[in-house]
Design a protein around this ligand. Structure first.
Ligand code: GLV
Length: 318
């Protein structure tokens, strides 16, 4: 039996003949419902709102794989899963371009104050073209600072090159694509003070929680813009809201939040924050590919193979 989050596409063909698919009745699993659905499940297709912890895994004695329909898997206790011989898989690559596109959409929207402009036009109070109206920041030729130059960070760097931007990045080690992308690795302190745009592309780990904190925000230029399409807790949301309110930075483009779906009230109130509801990978094609990839991982695991997208393959024996 395969327990699956409700997905936008029919994954039965990818799961293979005879798979017994159980999905939540009301769009998403409630915790108790998931616990009971997992009792007889061999596989779980999870979404990032599902918190997969040891307590949940303990209630699933037959479980062989947790296929997370996301590239990030901070919602899954991978160590606990490995300890129980359960594979954890994610959906890399297929969402890289969609997420990099949304990153640029937010960067441009925040730089050119499109949220404010849209609200002004819709309010019916726009008085027509004015020389000093909604002046924003240039993007072309500016400096982009990427926190993380993995798959998505590199795809953002590709787009930045099209805008003639200088690209800086920070990472624990030299990124394989840095030379090709002409991206220079600098310490975080240098990145935050030199960049006109700071964009996060790191997984959420203890090391990256609040990597953009009050001190990092204070070090930024007053014209700087922060873009986050990674994970909300990578940015100290209260500190960001404060920096925006005080005019210490010029804007933010945010697709993710510390405690989704809640958003810090000061961010909701900030004209300079462009806010999106965690839609980085939300294109029809990308979401279909993610669902199919997760289903394939389930089929591989249930056939006794190591799923090609397992993030804990060394820790789990087949
Ligand atoms: C979305 O946030 C993902 O990790 O795929």
């Amino acid at each position: 039996m395969v327990s699956s989050a409700a997905l936008p596409v029919d994954i039965r063909p990818e799961l293979g003949e005879g798979a017994n698919l159980v999905a939540p009745e009301r769009g998403r699993w409630q915790r108790a419902e998931l616990v009971s659905a997992l009792r007889g499940a061999d596989a779980l297709i999870a979404i990032l709102r599902d918190r997969i912890d040891d307590e949940l895994l303990a209630a699933a004695p037959n479980l062989k794989v947790v296929a997370n329909v996301a590239v990030g898997y901070d919602n899954v206790d991978v160590e606990a899963a490995s300890g129980r011989g359960i594979f954890v898989t994610n959906t890399p690559d297929v969402l890289t371009d969609a997420t990099a596109d949304l990153t640029f959409a937010l960067l441009l929207a925040a730089a050119r104050r499109l949220g404010e402009g849209e609200r002004l036009v819709r309010s019916g109070t726009w008085g027509g073209w004015e020389p000093g109206q909604l002046l924003g920041q240039d993007v072309s030729g500016k400096t982009l600072g990427l926190i993380g130059l993995g798959r998505i960070g590199a795809a953002v760097a590709v787009r930045a090159r099209g805008f003639g931007m200088r690209v800086l990045y920070t990472a624990r080690s030299d990124a394989p694509r840095a030379r090709e992308l002409e991206a220079s690795r600098v310490p975080l302190s240098e990145l935050v003070s030199d960049a006109d745009f700071v964009s996060l592309h790191c997984p959420l780990t203890p090391a990256t929680r609040h990597i953009v904190d009050a001190a990092a925000l204070r070090a930024m230029k007053p014209t700087a813009i922060v873009v986050n399409t990674a994970r909300g807790p990578c940015v100290d949301e209260a500190a960001l809201a404060e920096a925006l309110a005080r005019g210490e930075i010029a804007g933010a483009g945010l697709d993710v939040f510390e405690d989704e779906p809640a958003v810090h009230p000061a961010l909701l109130a900030s004209d300079r924050a462009v806010l999106a509801p965690h839609v980085g990978s939300a294109t029809t094609t990308t979401r279909r590919r993610m669902a199919e990839m997760a289903a394939r991982a389930v089929r591989e695991a249930l056939a006794g193979r190591v799923p090609s997208t397992a993030v804990n393959s060394e820790k789990v024996r087949v």
